[in-house]
Design a binder for this molecule. Structure first.
Ligand SMILES: Cc1ncc(COP(=O)(O)O)c(C=O)c1O
Length: 225
């Protein structure tokens, strides 16, 4: 039988249980967004980003990033040839073509060289995965993508708490997304978050998240407001 390498899961202490209990008692009606908003703000500070958008999953974060970049049929997006399928699936949702790049044997992440080997004039973005919390060698990847005018989406689904040269996972992509599925180091049961700095893309992603309503539109008059 091959040796098993366990992965790290979430660490739930009394503090998390107390906090969830508080939210269950109090996070309703006029407070419906209270905990998400606090979480978004704390996550943006922790990763040094301007904006954080909480979502039902990391997959929806990657999907929103591709939509905000205007990626669609005829475009190519580079992804690692080892990852979870959710890195690649949203490329198909928008009608673009995934192109698979080889991974480095030590980090299990893609490299500037393996990305460059598959770039074409149709490449619009690269989704770089911080696989199992291992960090890719980001400096040359970011240099390459800047030179070739290719957007970087960081799939940090598995990497909450990881760092590269002292910088946190989630700070590297034009868009970066995390997963809070129960198998991850930080969990909300199910969930995800998208991080970004660009104002126009932020507004566009909020509108798409909210079924076309513009931010600040009145929603419902909620009992108690
Ligand atoms: C590398 C990677 N990308 C994306 C995802 C998708 O996360 P979610 O289940 O929150 O959509 C996962 C989750 O397993 C993952 O490991």
């Amino acid at each position: 039988m091959p040796a098993r390498i366990p992965i790290a899961g979430p660490w739930i202490t009394d503090k998390e249980i107390r906090y969830v209990t508080e939210a269950v008692a109090d996070g309703w009606y006029g407070n419906a967004s209270k905990y998400q908003t606090e979480f978004e703000q704390a996550f943006a500070v922790a990763t040094g980003r301007r904006h954080a958008i909480s979502l039902p999953s990391c997959t929806s974060g990657l999907h929103l990033a591709l939509l905000a970049l205007g990626i669609g049929p005829g475009d190519e997006v580079v992804v690692p040839d080892i990852t979870w399928i959710a890195t690649s699936a949203p490329i198909s949702y928008v009608g673009a073509t995934p192109v698979f790049a080889d991974f480095d044997a030590a980090s299990w992440c893609i490299t500037a060289d393996s990305i460059e080997a598959v770039l074409t004039p149709r490449t619009k973005a690269v989704i770089v995965v911080d696989l199992y919390g291992n960090m890719p060698d980001f400096d040359p990847i970011l240099d390459l993508c800047r030179d070739r005018k290719v957007a970087v989406i960081e799939d940090a689904a598995e990497a909450a708490g990881a760092t590269y040269k002292g910088r946190p996972a989630g700070s590297f992509g034009d868009f970066s997304a995390f997963s809070f599925h129960g198998s991850k180091t930080l969990t909300t049961g199910e969930g995800g978050i998208l991080l970004l700095d660009d104002e126009a893309a932020y507004t566009q992603c909020l509108i798409l998240r909210d079924h076309g309503r513009t931010p600040g539109d009145p929603m419902l008059w909620i009992r108690g407001e």
